[in-house]
Write a protein that binds this ligand. Structure first.
Ligand SMILES: Nc1nc2c(ncn2[C@@H]2O[C@H](COP(=O)(O)OP(=O)(O)OP(=O)(O)O)[C@@H](O)[C@H]2O)c(=O)[nH]1
Ligand SMILES: [Mg+2]
Length: 219
């Protein structure tokens, strides 16, 4: 009985997620679900990307957080549609929450919608929020064993961004070994190595976004 209830919840989430994606497609908005463990650098990457991205696209950001609006506040100096979702303790965003957020955004005037999920390497994997791609930030401070330990998240990611590479020398981290661990669970994802504090390291990330947004807008 309990299993049946859970199945219904998941089915309902997936249906609303599909509705969200249909709406994004209809409005020609490319949507990404940005995930990671807490503190891996999602908001920092979004902030460092926004100057370049807002020069080229109409960007909206949806911020997911348990209780605070701190991440949204860090982006307030960009004049973009910004919606904060508080999950009130929930460990992930679900499709219904994202649906409520996109209803507050004029999608006719948006090309790219970035959704920052709650920092968690387990729960977000189970909930399709309707984004086109899942981007997973992987901070090298977490150690090289995380792809195997949290394989569901790493398997579902379209892009894995290995972050905080600037401090690799201090941690004695072998970035090739980290990348090999990602490849072992997800052979096909794109992998970028970045320092999210330094936009000059984000060239490949921007190129990937440009190509994905171009194909969405042309479709
Ligand atoms: N050295 C270094 N620090 C970074 C980098 N990216 C993020 N940080 C730092 O890591 C800390 C956490 O970054 P956030 O951007 O808040 O991480 P987050 O994933 O958004 O965190 P939550 O939303 O709480 O899950 C901050 O102190 C950032 O300045 C990086 O590439 N290099
Ligand atoms: Mg954040």
């Amino acid at each position: 009985m309990k299993i049946q209830v859970l199945k219904n919840v998941m089915l309902k989430n997936d249906a609303i997620g599909a509705d969200n994606r249909w709406l994004f497609d209809k409005k020609k908005v490319f949507a990404i679900n940005m995930t990671s463990s807490p503190g891996a650098g999602k908001t920092t990457l979004i902030r460092s990307s926004l100057e370049r991205l807002t020069a080229m696209y109409r960007v909206a950001v949806i911020e997911g957080d348990l209780f605070t609006s701190r991440d949204a506040e860090r982006l307030e100096d960009f004049s973009i549609p910004l919606v904060q979702i508080n999950t009130e303790g929930g460990c992930h965003l679900d499709a219904k929450m994202v649906h409520a957020a996109i209803e507050k955004i004029d999608l006719d005037n948006v090309d790219l919608c970035i959704v920052e999920n709650v920092g968690n390497l387990v729960c977000p994997a189970a909930f399709d929020i309707g984004a086109h791609r899942m981007v997973l930030l992987y901070s090298i401070t977490e150690g090289e064993d995380k792809p195997a330990k949290y394989a569901t998240m790493f398997t579902r990611a379209d892009v894995v961004i290995i972050n905080k590479v600037d401090i690799a020398p201090y941690l004695n981290m072998d970035l090739d070994a980290i990348e090999a661990e990602v490849r072992a669970v997800n052979p096909t994802c794109r992998i970028f190595r970045v320092n999210s504090l330094d936009a000059s390291t984000l060239t490949d990330w921007f190129a990937w976004l440009d190509s994905e947004i171009a194909s969405t807008l042309q479709a």
